[in-house]
Design a protein around this ligand. Sequence first.
Ligand code: SAM
Length: 264
Amino acid sequence: MLSYQHIYHAGNLADVQKHALLCVMLAYMGKKSKPFSYLETHSGRGLYHLDAPEAVKTGEAAAGIGVAEAWFDADHPFRRALDEVKNRYGATAYGGSPLLAAACLRAGDRMHLAELHPQENAALNESMFGVKNGVISKVYKQDGFAMAQAVCPPEPRRGLMLIDPSYEIKKDYKTLPDFIAKIHRKWNVGVIALWYPVLTDGSHEDMVKALKAKDFPKTLCHEVRFPPAREGHRMVGSGMFIANAPYGLDTECHRLDGFFNSLR
Ligand code: SAM
């Protein structure tokens, strides 16, 4: 039984790292005129309103995108995507990864979005309905790992997959390196991006070691640290492990380090 709901955490500092890198990667991929595919295994509901009681209660968005937004120039791909979501849904709207990705995609690009939780899935369907002319999106109410196995290699073959589990199921830490290796074997040109939390008890560390030990091409592992959302909260940072990382992404990682270092 899944209980995680991203509305409590949408727009937090982990989202800032994940969504900024995601938008930069998609903007880079959009420089070539040929269409590409976007796959997401754990999509969430797509659209969040940061004045919702759940978001206000944790204060994570206020300490996250509330602080970070002004740090991104108006022409930064993340800022452009955030603005597109606000223009469409109002000033308190915050795009989850599916909506931010849609903002970065072009007519002819394709999206495959999995979300297992029934309510989150229904909300995702609503968020994605007619979201952007010409972007073809399909929402799956199924396990995201199974969806990815079934769809890969996608058509168009060029593309990016975001894997953003809530890690409610602890075995995900163990199974993810082999899962990514399996996907990479089926889809060797795909950019595969995994988000993970940096935890005080180090539960993520063996997974990161296992990922680094695999023979993936052009890997990038970017970790940032930030103050915990509440005293005693286990998450003190976040990471992105990327295989087939687009050219120049390390420059964006350095820029993001500047923002996260300013919080210390
Ligand atoms: N990627 C989203 C974003 O950045 O806006 C946030 C996703 S949230 C961290 C993780 C989501 O995965 C939750 O909505 C949860 O219901 C969903 N989920 C959990 N296990 C899943 C599975 N096996 N397959 C698909 N979705 C799953």
